[in-house]
Design a protein around this ligand. Sequence first.
Ligand SMILES: *Cc1c(COP(=O)(O)O)cnc(C)c1O
Length: 415
Amino acid sequence: MTTPPVTREAAAALDAGSPLAGTRDRFRLPDGVVYLDGNSLGATATGVAARLAEVVEHEWQEGLIDSWNAVPNGADAWMGLPARVAARIARLVGAGPDDVHVGDSTTVSLFKTMVAARRMRPGRSVLVLEPGTFPTDGYVAAGVADLLGLELRWCDPADPAAVVDDDVALLSLTHVDFRTGAMFDLPAVTAAAHEKGALVQWDLCHSVGAVPVDLTAAGADFAVGCTYKYLNGGPGSPAFTWVSPRHQPALRQPITGWMGHARPFAMTRDYQPRDGIGRLASGTPPVLALSALDAALDAFDGVEMSDVRTVSLSLTDLFIRLLDERCGLGPVTPREHARRGSQVSFRHPQAYGIVQALNARGVIADFRDPDIARFGFAPLYVRHVDVHDAVGQLAAVLEHDEQLDPAYAERNWVT
Ligand SMILES: *Cc1c(COP(=O)(O)O)cnc(C)c1O
């Protein structure tokens, strides 16, 4: 018996029955575009523009410096904004509301936690990463190794804890691979590295808002993640950092600025860290960016990550099936649910041309060097009909060899 082809009506029926059927209305998406790049830059949530106008025209323009303590419209003071936004993110990654810091970039957060981790394991001088990790993670680790005289060691992604021994201070991994969408078993890897006495850090850039994570249950040590991908905080929105509450009292991070001080406005000579996660702060919080992120997080109100996962797997299952049936392409992304994040990628010698030709047809995906076409499925606003339409366009691109257009021979700066 052959399975019937997936019609657009069948895809629409899946959308109608989705546990996230209403959440797309929480976003503003351009007409005629299928946006499958929310894993690179999330879409604009409905309330963001109004919130930014409010912050500029009232809180800043009228409230001026008073808004640090209290804002004219009665919302939280600016000083309280980082902690309030952090608590909203905490819920999505299984963290306590007081155990997340928001500020900095993921890159700077990685620097702080890697240095802090090494200080907690002074007798161990090796940092372990995965060779295919996101570049910034590797670059920061190399910088920290250089600064502190440590050694970098690369693990086999098939068994990352295998190279962890008595010399390893920290195993730092990206939970979902940015190229392939492959996902590590976070609790199992954490437990295996802990058995050998190492600390474990998870980079959740491609997980938060797309895949359920329970940092507390896994007993992990550190986590970082960006907020402009599946959390839709806007270009360059501040990253978050989680430190297990058991490590916070002794945590010593290297950028000891005044905002991490117990009493910043006492203006004392000597540094004294705040209690708790607040000691991760360094400088003045980015209020405009935090306000946009805060408004964007409204899209997650009442949303359970288990429903997000159900929809994510349904979307990626459908995409993989149609990719096989209509284009004869197999994914590099694992077919096994437990090993798949919320994106699907395939390899193709003309992957860059394919992505550009799709773009010209209104389907936005992206390319990752050397030969990966990458499609992100943000479950809050991507629908099954979008999956259906995107594969239809992909089949048309391939049928007409549009990927060979000489216009796509030169790559843009951002791919
Ligand atoms: C997107 C991403 C980053 C980005 O870091 P920035 O400091 O925000 O530029 C870092 N790590 C991973 C795994 C990412 O996917």
